[in-house]
Design a protein around this ligand. Structure first.
Ligand code: AQP
Length: 343
């Protein structure tokens, strides 16, 4: 039986990158893999690796749970909880801190990007973040992790930690972690600069479509999205696997990003999308994209707004989920401690 685990940070501004790269796939896995257990976690411990205002953190945590449910995650089918409620994540992270090697963490590109020139002043937590992520996954002995492409390197590290633990203690305890990176848009790019990932922390709100955006804002942001001066390309830009080729993405990053978002949101293949828009101006693609986003994303945001009035319900979901998660994780931790030699 598969155990599926994934998390989203409650850092506000949930956007269509988080939806298409992760949350949409969480729903699909919940509905299509009946024999699996799905753990979907609001990773608040990860959020505090950078400063979070306590009032805002609470609000963003509730908003993230509401977004999970509004997007189709059913708390009766999946285990929804917040990370700080299950202390085993932190306990196992310490154990893994002692398994993971400095050199492995030094290679993490996301740390380099996030710390930038400020390396000496960022939190130690930001550096060891991938170790906590490994413990999130392995506390449940999860073997499948649906994520956006940006998390691939962190999952390779989780795999290395599990392997080293098994080797060091000569056990076959942790499973091999497999990243599930699928769907039409595994790396959604900024609407202002097609070379940057769409991100919650981008200072420009016009770089992303937030789940909570109004219809007018969606239309405006798409209207203002950066494009280039050529018309839309045709099917010749697809590679042998049927995806947009690396060359065309390098040449026309913004055009490719809009086409990919349209294809993923409207669930029309990229081939069909190119066929429909070949030789046309971007204005037409933008109109269709804004319509598709209003049809798909706006109702989720609306549902989130309604659900935020039911704070008790949302906190109950987290409480119940945490209880279920704890049961499984406690059993595993007991075995892990025994393997290590803790009495
Ligand atoms: N642009 C993206 N395209 C596809 N998937 C994405 N994800 C994030 N951005 C994109 C996926 O969403 C899940 C939750 O992400 P997260 O909240 O844990 O943190 P993140 O990856 O750091 O997301 P952001 O939006 O870029 O936040 P900031 O700006 O705070 O760093 C993950 O599965 C992620 O892959």
């Amino acid at each position: 039986m598969d155990k599926i685990f994934s998390g989203v940070q409650p850092t506000g501004n949930l956007h269509i990158g988080n939806y298409l790269g992760a949350i949409k796939n969480f729903v699909e896995l919940q509905n299509n893999t009946k024999q699996s257990t799905c753990y979907y976690c609001v990773v608040d411990l990860h959020a505090i690796t950078v400063w979070q205002d306590p009032t805002k953190l609470k609000k963003d945590t509730l908003e993230t749970v509401a977004c999970f449910i509004a997007a189709g995650i059913d708390p009766k089918k999946s285990i929804i909880f917040n990370q700080s409620k299950v202390s085993i994540h932190s306990e196992l992270a310490w154990i893994f801190n002692c398994v993971c090697r400095m050199g492995w963490l030094n290679r993490m590109t996301q740390f380099k990007e996030k710390a930038g020139k400020n390396r000496e002043n960022v939190s130690v937590g930001l550096f060891t973040y991938p170790v906590l992520m490994a413990s999130d996954i392995l506390a449940y002995k999860s073997n499948k992790v649906p994520v956006g492409e940006d998390q691939k390197q962190h999952l390779e590290l989780a795999r290395d930690i599990a392997k080293k633990f098994n080797n060091d203690f000569e056990v076959d305890f942790f499973p091999e972690v497999e990243p599930l990176i699928f769907g039409g848009a595994t790396r959604v790019m900024s609407l202002r600069n097609g070379l940057n990932k769409m991100s919650k922390s981008d200072i420009s709100d016009y770089s992303r479509i937030n789940i909570m955006d109004s219809k007018d804002l969606i239309v405006n942001k798409i209207k203002k999205a950066k494009t280039d001066s050529s018309v839309i390309m045709g099917e010749e830009v697809l590679d042998e696997t049927g995806k947009l080729s690396k060359e065309i993405i390098n040449q026309r990053p913004e055009a490719c990003n809009l086409l990919q978002i349209f294809s993923a949101i409207s669930e029309v293949s990229i081939k069909e999308t190119l066929k429909n828009f070949e030789g046309k101006e971007f204005r037409l693609l933008k109109e269709a994209l804004a319509d598709a986003l209003i049809k798909k994303i706006f109702p989720i945001g609306n549902e989130v707004r309604k659900m935020l009035n039911e704070e008790n319900y949302l906190t109950e979901v987290l409480e119940e989920g945490a209880q279920k998660a704890k049961e499984q994780a406690e059993e595993n931790l007991k075995e892990i401690k025994n393997i290590i030699g803790f009495i």
